[in-house]
Design a protein around this ligand. Structure first.
Ligand code: ADP
Length: 315
């Protein structure tokens, strides 16, 4: 393929066929002029490591998209240790955005900040803001429980509750005091269908959620997140504990869920980010470095540092 000759390492390129059209666009995009100038001079990563302020490069397409979530100049400290430095990042509505970067660069911290999962950590301080649907999630008086229903979260390790498949899925409704059997049954089926698990479990809804395979358990957790009808799904390395077959199923599911939900996913797997996301944000040492369409980030990033990372030259 043509793009194999473009100079970006071949490590991730073979899996980018679906982005071929975008890549042709990328070649004539005038923004690539900017890339040339950015590739000269001191490495941004060196400057960041030396504590110098370095502005993120955010591609025009990201800025043009309608945002579901807007992270605005957001910084976070664990005690005295600063883990996030002035991250500004709109998350496009109805699309899949991947957060990538070396271990410890703040991906999970940022993801957990978006639904205030970090709230209970002692000594945590934040500055800046995060908006959901245009409203601050950090404002005084925000109902955090209600906020988390609008933002379903799925973790690295599947965490079904020790109860039946049915009760796992309808758990968020039980918390709300919903008792009507018909409503519970409908939400259960709708959510399990949404999580591509219905056909596998429809005859065993009253068996324990823990009896399922790892991949099924993760789809059960996605069904539980969907049951509260969220706007955003936050996925923290959802495939890292799964085998390749189960990983494929979750990746297919993420593709199916795009459009209906805004998805923000942390992944350490570059091939996965390239396969499933519309946008990719590259982070380093608590800062956003470059953020753009996945097709651009993996084939024609504006920064050499991004290219080096996505092609596996460091990290
Ligand atoms: P990533 O997801 O990119 O691997 P994390 O968000 O987990 O990165 O971590 C970012 C930084 O914050 C790391 O230096 C990590 O050690 C630190 N960190 C994460 N969680 C906590 C915590 N609960 N308390 C103190 N430091 C933390």
């Amino acid at each position: 393929m043509d793009f194999m000759k473009e100079g970006v390492g071949s490590l991730v390129n073979p899996i980018l066929a679906r982005h071929a059209r975008d890549m042709n666009l990328a070649r004539v995009n005038p923004m690539n002029q900017e890339m040339k100038s950015d590739r000269r001079g001191e490495s941004r990563l060196e400057a960041i490591a030396a504590g110098k302020p370095v502005e993120a490069v955010i591609h025009e397409r990201v800025l043009q998209a309608e945002p579901a979530v807007e992270i605005q100049d957001f910084s976070l400290w664990y005690g005295k240790k600063q883990a996030l430095h002035g991250v500004t990042m709109p998350i496009p509505k109805g699309e899949v955005t991947a957060l990538v970067g070396p271990s410890g660069c703040g991906k999970s911290t940022l993801l957990r900040s978006v639904n205030r999962m970090n709230d209970l950590i002692d000594g945590l301080t934040v500055s800046g803001d995060i908006l959901l649907g245009g409203e601050s999630i950090l404002a005084p008086g925000v109902d955090v429980i209600a906020l988390r229903k609008r933002m379903g979260m799925v973790f690295q390790k599947p965490n079904p509750f020790p109860m039946s498949i049915f009760e796992n899925v309808v758990y968020p409704l039980r918390i709300d005091g919903v008792r009507d059997r018909q409503t519970l049954r409908e939400v259960c089926e709708h959510s399990l269908r949404g999580a591509a698990l219905w056909d596998e479990v429809r005859d065993r809804l009253h068996e324990s959620g823990l009896s399922l395979s790892g991949g099924q358990q993760q789809r059960l957790c996605i069904a539980r997140a969907i049951a509260s009808d969220p706007e955003v799904l936050l996925l923290d390395e959802p495939c890292s504990a799964l085998d390749p077959l189960a990983t494929n199923k979750i990746e297919d599911l993420i593709q199916d869920l795009r459009g209906e939900y805004t998805i923000l996913i942390v992944t350490h797997n570059m091939q996965q980010a390239a396969r499933i996301s519309d946008y990719t944000a590259f982070m380093y040492l608590g800062r956003l470095i470059e953020y753009g369409e996945t097709s651009q980030i993996f084939t024609k990033p504006h920064l050499k540092e991004t290219e080096d990372y996505v092609t596996g030259r460091f990290g």
